[in-house]
Ligand binder design. Sequence first.
Ligand code: AMP
Ligand code: MG
Length: 407
Amino acid sequence: MLAVDEARRRVLGAVQPLEPRDSLVGDALGGVLAVDLFAPHPLPRFDNSAMDGYAVRAGDVVAASEGAPVELDVWGEVRAGDPGELEVVSGRAVRIMTGAPVPEGADGIVPVEDTSEQSGRVRVMRPTTIGRHVRPAGDDLAEGDNLVRAGSELGPGELALLASMGYSPLPMRPGPKVAVLVTGDELIAPEAAAGPGQIRDSNSVAIRALVTESGGEVVPFGGVADTPEAVTEALARAAETSDLVVSSGGVSVGRYDFVKDAVEQLGHIDLWRVAMQPGKPVVLGTIGDTPFLGLPGNPVSIHIGFEQFVRPAIRKMRGCRDLLRPSMTATLTETIEKAPGRLHFVRVRLSPDAEGWRATPTGAQGSHVQSSLVDCHGVARFERDATVLEAGSKVVVEVWRLPGEEV
Ligand code: AMP
Ligand code: MG
């Protein structure tokens, strides 16, 4: 049996980052930047005022106090956006607004609260010092400084900085088009009335949601009948219209599991038994030039298989720097046991406590048990050769979602 990390290494070896496309900075939320970007100019670009007030020469107002204000001539006004062509010489002040360029000759700002102005003269009631309330050019970033690295996912903060620097459009890697195919004659739509023995197709819903959540673009294919012809035809069509094909079901050793044979016929396949639970059988293949990942049909297996293999593959195609979910250490609240030989991914709920986080198994862990995916925050790793994890011990949890976090 193949170790999970080795299986993931092979999956990641089979997919490549997609070609970048231009996107306006205002449309790039959640996208992945394709290149390193550097500051084309200092930030701020010019010395500017941090306050509404008066630009002065600090030396002129050293003696200013409430009882003995210093008076200066007001020599005009600079607003944010003005080119800042005024000059301050000794004995003069220029009225200035926040963000406006500091006039030539001025070296300090007196906030408006420390002044009163009347008929072209300003009374300064408190001194200022050189550089006070001035944001110097390059205070934040010097020209050439690194702004955002290739492979970063852009959130509001990164986008705002890039916008300030005039970076729009941006070279972004798109999310891959992912064809989602489920196999099984027993499957019916969630909206349909279920006849005897029929099973509602929940995997389509789950996989589409997982693809969207990980930044891929779903190409829906729906259900495929359990015949060699139907499976082959659907896989060929799926590969033509997508960057990655993901299927559920039909990769076990049952009489109606035709996915392996179909992929073999259309391209190339590796079938693995991965030393994990749930989700042991995994198929990696190519159909033409399109990579293919086949997951077993059990509803929990597809979640675990998706998290271990498909999400990292999608993230690599998007050009993300970090391919794996974040992990945290948490305190296990219940003793759990298993047989050695496979890495178990134990679905857990996380809750904060005084020392950090507690992880509580969400219930029965069978690969058909869907109730344990509700309010599930991630999976605790119960390592391959371990047989018992005591209540109170530390476990590593691969975090899917923290309590209170948006989906
Ligand atoms: P398979 O891997 O095709 O043998 O499927 C294993 C189990 O998962 C069977 O009980 C299937 O009914 C169930 N299953 C397969 N596909 C789906 C699906 N799309 N939605 C819900 N359950 C499924
Ligand atoms: Mg099946």
